[in-house]
Design a protein around this ligand. Structure first.
Ligand SMILES: Cc1ncc(COP(=O)(O)O)c(C=O)c1O
Length: 374
């Protein structure tokens, strides 16, 4: 198939910055600071400033950010952590790595983020923490979640892996709870040249614990106060991220403009349910997903026309084979299950052109109104 509109075009973003990347990577090579070190520290302070938060800790991935945040909050064997099933597997895996049990609540039908109304039923004497996910770049409704957590003495860790620069009532994603976790996987709004992640927190003690955990539990060289892991960020990734962080605000503005353009094009087309931006939110559209009937058929038709699409996510986490021992079945979390069948993610990247958006919207309009699916 000839690709007319790619789902993501990293080259388009990187090509004009090539010299800057080469210079930045060259500095790391010259310094020899490859694992942790000054480039990581520099990026940490820049990212903390961008998030308007006191501390950022650079790590090897977003999965590690979630895992170490939970460990630093003392989550362990026998504990339960409440989260949502319409997320990337890593959110739940991080809970499992701590020997705790993920407990899933359904999502709000308009925003696809955690429905705070489900928390009461999910609470048990074992509940230790909550992980809301800022899905697709839009924050969960944090106030009721934080209030519930305060009332019941629970930690809250924001999964902001898709939400760099998103806001909730003017506050940056990741800054509202005990910790905020970010992924810098290459395709993210802020993406590295490989794997990387970070935790942000306003809690100095928590930040210190995560720094020790990411470095084998070392408090000073060869002095290990706890069992940790190797979760350090690479110097090269930090140097690349510093270059890209300077463009992040513009990247987010462009993504928002593209989302508006898509929204306008689908106005009045009842076969396509568009994403909404909640009153409280500044959405940064890591993913622009619409809901359609007969999704797989629609996707096939778009692919035939050279439009690359994605599905986030076809199987909700509570129904994954890996979690069958948790005992969930179809029908337990109906909104997450239904949206998993209906979501289709359209091409979204900052350099997307009006012409490309036009091709996507025309192809989708034709697919959903073709009558094939009637
Ligand atoms: C919602 C969510 N949580 C966690 C992760 C895990 O991040 P990483 O791939 O950097 O480990 C991702 C990234 O794919 C994600 O989208």
């Amino acid at each position: 198939m000839h690709i007319r509109v790619p789902f993501l075009d990293l080259n388009a973003h990187h090509a004009p910055l090539r010299e800057e990347f080469e210079r930045a990577i060259g500095e790391v090579i010259d310094s020899g600071a490859f694992a942790g070190g000054p480039f990581v520290e520099k990026f940490e302070s820049e990212f903390a400033a961008f998030c308007r938060c006191q501390h950022a800790i650079g790590l090897g991935s977003g999965t590690e950010a979630l895992w170490l945040s939970l460990l630093a909050c003392g989550v362990g064997a026998g504990d339960e952590v409440i989260t949502v099933p319409n997320t990337f597997m890593a959110t739940a895996e991080a809970i499992t790595y701590c020997a705790a049990r993920p407990v899933f609540v359904d999502v709000d039908e308009r925003t696809f983020t955690m429905d705070p109304a489900g928390l009461k039923k999910a609470l048990t004497s074992k509940t230790k923490a909550i992980i809301p996910v800022h899905l697709f770049g839009q924050c969960a409704d944090m106030d009721p979640i934080l209030e519930f957590a305060r009332k019941h003495g629970l930690f809250v860790i924001e999964d902001a892996a898709q939400a760099h620069g998103a806001e909730y009532k003017g506050k940056r994603a990741g800054t509202m709870a005990d910790a905020g976790c970010f992924s810098f996987y290459p395709g993210k709004n802020l993406g590295a040249f490989g794997e990387a992640g970070a935790v942000i927190t306003k809690d100095a003690e928590l930040a210190e614990k995560i720094k020790v955990l990411r470095d084998h539990g070392q408090v000073r060289k060869y002095r290990h106060n706890m069992i940790g892991w190797n979760c350090r960020m690479d110097g090269i990734q930090a140097a690349v991220l510093s270059v890209k962080l300077r463009r992040l605000e513009n990247v987010n503005l462009l993504r928002r403009a593209h989302a508006q353009e898509y929204n306008r094009a689908f106005e009045g087309l009842e076969e396509v349910i568009r994403p909404i931006e909640a009153n409280y939110a500044r959405h940064v559209f890591h993913v622009y997903a619409v809901r359609v009937q007969d999704r797989d058929e629609v996707m096939f038709m778009l692919n035939e026309k050279g439009i690359q699409c994605g599905v986030h996510y076809p199987v909700p986490v509570h129904l994954q084979r890996a979690y069958r021992e948790l005992g969930y079945s179809n029908g337990d979390l109906p909104i997450s299950e239904q949206t998993a069948q209906e979501f289709i993610s359209l091409p979204m990247f900052p350099e997307l052109t009006k012409e490309q958006i036009g091709m996507v919207t025309l192809a989708l309009r034709e697919a959903v109104t073709s009558g094939v699916m009637a």
